[in-house]
Design a protein around this ligand. Structure first.
Ligand code: DON
Length: 581
């Protein structure tokens, strides 16, 4: 254990700086990629083992698949492969083998923390003109639907990497539950049935999409088994041949043929050259806990670290709710101002990460916060603005040995591109929209990116996915959520609630608020603030915007004092399941 005791006074700059630099918080100023193999960081880790396991995911069949693999002697990483592959079958509206994921893993035996980057890449022939109408306006259809919207999938390679480098069981064993469900069928939950009904018009544009999702010409009906035999075969090919089962050979040929026949530009070389990567996660220490989270090409970890560094100079616990929210919103405002201006794929762009993650930079930002008063975003130079979506999925696992997996996986928008490649059962993502495709024009989340996130062949598009671990001397947590740009603020608030001592159930159920620089409003989940707090915040200059509940947070916690695990799934979505065994 190398934990410093929890402190309640303001940490000194020197102390924070030493924590940051000794735990590898700052990545190189030149944005040099952290590729395979990431170094083993000497991080704090609990001395004991829980002796039992817990999984929380967005679907009970996926949670059960993870527990099945753990019961067969698999570790948290085998279970992560099983859960992700099962979600590809039972929750295809959110993630799948035609998409990508980001994961933070903690290996208990040596304290190794690693970020798995299975993010999609742009095909080599990407052409920004494909995302413009003849009159020069953005073509939202090609950005969001059909094969031009799809990046080269990363999920299969990411699962192979995790199984080979971190698992105990074979890839085939871990994929077995997903294959069984795809082959034998399962009963789709209401959310999937609604997603298919909502996207019916687009699914009907492509024969293979209609065949998969509208088997009798209409969405699957309640209580009836639904089968996905083509996806079962593709998963079997991956189980038998690893990467070659997807990125080479017959599956690759079917994917490329289908994409090109429908107007896309993938080549076999795009698939063959795809590589999932290990990178060094971002680590930041806050109030005695170490947060281990997603580095670029996610913007999430940088933003979370910047916000926590700003907040570490305040004693939030001594403030009333309005003043506490004021400081958190101002920290969010400054971090979101930065994150899309600078960040992109670390293999392509240089990023001032030393600056963004530095406690001295945070000191400066903290000084710029006006006491008891909102800083209008217009007073700060800016570029960003976007809305959350509700697709993408996150799951959390801790196994009996203390291994931890935080995995956020996505096909981007609901049912991704709605394009299924004939003969594969693979629903392709529409992740190309996460690039800044048309300069100065927003994406589906209202995002205006910078040149750092311009599309280029082989480049990864920026993400907000923020799978995170929080490791403390008394308790640890695995945490994450879908939600577009609100992923970052949800995870941040989840971390703060955990550090305040909340249980897994309290964290996932907690009301949430969100601010992202532009639009210059604070989104508030109804019921979050009482009248007096709303009035105080309005008087400070905030525009509060009621918005319906968002998020689908899945959290596992481990209390080191009692050695008890707890798993909780967001009560806003009844299909979720958190279980301990
Ligand atoms: O990677 C990203 O940031 C997005 N593709 C995630 C999309 C998302 O979370 C959708 N809604 N929940």
């Amino acid at each position: 254990m190398i934990f410093s005791p929890r402190w309640s006074v303001l940490p000194s700059r020197v102390f924070l700086a030493s924590l940051l630099f000794t735990c590898g918080a700052a990545l190189a100023a030149d944005g040099a990629p952290r590729t395979t193999p990431a170094t083993t960081t000497a991080v704090a880790q609990p001395a004991q083992r829980p002796g039992h396991s817990a999984v929380a995911s967005a679907n009970f069949l996926a949670t059960d698949a993870g527990l099945e693999i753990l019961a067969k002697g698999g570790n948290a990483f085998d279970a992560a492969v099983a859960v992700a592959a099962t979600l590809s079958v039972v929750e295809p509206e959110s993630s799948g083998i035609g998409g990508g994921f980001m994961a933070v893993l903690h290996r208990a035996k040596d304290g190794h923390n690693v970020f798995i980057d299975a993010r999609e890449t742009a095909p080599a022939a990407v052409d920004p003109k494909d995302y413009l109408n003849p009159d020069g306006t953005p073509n939202r259809d090609s950005a969001l639907k059909g094969p031009l919207s799809a990046g080269i999938p990363g999920e299969p390679a990411g699962l192979v990497l995790i199984a080979e480098r971190y698992g105990k069981l074979s890839l085939a064993q871990s994929l077995a539950p997903a294959i069984r469900l795809a082959r034998d069928g399962f009963k789709p939950d209401p959310r999937l049935r609604e997603a298919i009904a909502g996207q019916q018009k687009d699914l009907l544009r492509w024969a293979a999409s209609a065949a998969k999702f509208l088997p009798d010409g209409k969405p699957p009906v309640e209580g009836k088994l639904w089968r996905d035999p083509d996806q079962a075969k593709t998963l079997e090919a991956i189980a038998a041949h690893g990467n070659d089962g997807f990125y080479r050979g017959p599956t690759a040929k079917k994917l490329v043929d289908a994409v090109r026949a429908a107007g896309g530009n993938w080549t076999l070389a795009d698939l063959e050259s795809y590589q999932a990567k290990e990178r060094q996660p971002i680590s930041v220490d806050y109030r005695g806990y170490r947060i281990i989270t997603a580095p670029p090409p996610s913007s999430g970890g940088v933003a979370i670290a910047e916000i926590l560094n700003i907040l570490s100079g305040f004693e939030l616990e001594k403030l009333d709710q309005a003043h506490r929210v004021h400081l958190i919103v101002e920290a969010m405002r400054r971090a979101f101002r930065d994150h899309n201006d600078y960040l992109g794929d670390p293999d392509f762009v240089k990023m001032p990460l030393d600056m963004l993650l530095s406690p001295f930079y945070a000191d400066g930002l903290r000084q710029s916060i006006l006491p008891g008063k909102a800083t209008p975003s217009s007073m700060l130079p800016h570029r960003t603005a976007r809305d959350p979506g509700m697709h993408t999925t996150h799951f959390s696992i801790i196994d009996k040995d203390g291994n931890m997996a935080a995995v956020t996986s996505t096909v981007n928008y609901i049912l991704g591109s709605t394009f299924v490649a004939e003969g594969t059962g693979v629903l392709l993502n529409d992740e190309m929209d996460d690039f800044a495709l048309v300069p100065g024009k927003p994406n589906v989340y209202g995002l205006l990116g910078s040149a750092a996130n311009a599309p280029e062949g082989g480049k990864r598009m920026l993400s907000s996915m923020s799978p995170s671990l929080v490791i403390g001397a008394d308790r640890s947590a695995v945490i994450g959520s879908p939600g577009g740009s609100t992923i970052i603020t949800q995870v941040l608030e989840g971390i703060l609630h955990f550090i305040d001592g909340e249980s897994a159930q309290q964290i996932v159920a907690h009301k949430r608020f969100h601010h992202q620089f532009l639009p210059d409003v604070v989104d508030v989940e109804p019921g979050m603030f009482d009248k007096a707090t709303s009035a105080d915040l309005t008087a400070m200059g905030y525009t509060l915007n009621d918005r319906k509940p968002w998020g689908f947070m899945n959290v596992v916690t481990w209390d080191h004092r009692t050695n008890k695990l707890d798993a909780a799934s967001d009560p806003r979505r009844p299909s979720g399941s958190g279980r301990v065994q």
